[in-house]
Design a protein around this ligand. Sequence first.
Ligand code: FAD
Ligand code: EPU
Length: 339
Amino acid sequence: MSSPIPVLHQFSLQALNTFGIAATARTYLRVTKKEQLLGVYADGNWATLPKLVLGGGSNVLLTGDFDGLVLHIGLEGKELVGANEQHQFVRAAAGENWHAFVQWTVDQGLGGLENLSLIPGTVGAAPIQNIGAYGLEIKDVFHSVTVFDPATGETRVMDGAACRFAYRDSVFKHEGRDLIILDVTFALPKLWQPNLRYAELAAEPGMPAKPTPRQVADAVIAIRRRKLPDPAVIGNAGSFFKNPLVSGAQCAALLERFPNLVHHAQPDGSEKLAAGWLIDQCGWKGKSLGAAGVYPKQALVLVNNGGATGADVVALAKAIQADVQARYGVLLEPEPVFI
Ligand code: FAD
Ligand code: EPU
């Protein structure tokens, strides 16, 4: 294909997904300027090819080679963009590393994002599933997002309502799935209060009664290092399944049979179950199927024990789903995006 767009061909994606799965992209472009996106979608050769927008690759499962164009988002830059009476506004480009961005805010004494320390990936992917951890989701500190719309070639700004954030969900997983996020702006509270709603965080040894944003960030980092595998050492994509939401009645019926069931009441009356507990109770913790396994310290995390293919991970995930469904009547939904 002749084109002025400087793509690379037959590009290995193994180092670009935290599961460490071997797969190849037919073509690959590192996007460092917004104009490159305009160029790709205005060019007849490239506009119709299937696209995969890739950030840090920490929430994807590659199930085979990608027969299209990978747009690897490398847009950089972060800045304080203003303030009003209640908030300071910070903006970061989509390709910035999420954890480094959070630490940059904390190091300036700006509180608000610290509970989301050490989540892998990029700023641009954070709104896609409304990332959350330790009592905070980005919707709680979100201001707006700038998106590129391939259908029109235009750029526009969307506020929180337009993003329709929910637990591990947003408009970008539905009607907005083709939009490409260029940058994200956060509203950080001037009157910061520590968010210690998550019991394990409040109980972290050494946590002062009135911690600073840095102390909260450090505690979150310490907890995460204890519980979750480092993708640089063992391939994984964090939680492999979402925590399932069931009705209050279904939860009550389950509690009669399983009194230790871990559940959290939601404002709408539904109950969120702990998928890790369900999988653990089915005896999967530390078990393997082929080269894919269940992390011994956290049953919700599937790992690549070395040389796993996407098919190995899918086979393990299906076996776990079948067992949890048979025992609890609950279907676990994968969290990563299957490619
Ligand atoms: P990718 O994996 O590259 O992409 C994910 C999806 O977003 C894909 O559909 C992709 O096409 C799309 N996408 C990426 N960038 C853009 C863009 N600029 N515009 C449009 N679409 C885009 N998640 C949590 O919520 N909470 C956690 O606590 C958490 N812990 C984790 C721990 C570990 C060890 C790991 C490996 C993962 C964890 N995750 C967690 C999941 C993951 O880190 C997040 O979902 C993260 O936001 C993914 O970012 P990424 O850049 O790697 O996205
Ligand atoms: N549990 C078990 N056995 C296990 C794992 C968990 O019994 O093997 C129980 C725990 O004892 C606890 C409950 O399950 O009672 C919940 O476990 P945990 O606090 O570790 O959190 P999680 O529900 O497994 C969620 C998010 C994580 C996020 C943490 C902290 C989802 C799908 N996962 O995990 O997000 O970091 O809470 O807030 O919501 C991710 O999305 O990739 C991710 C890592």
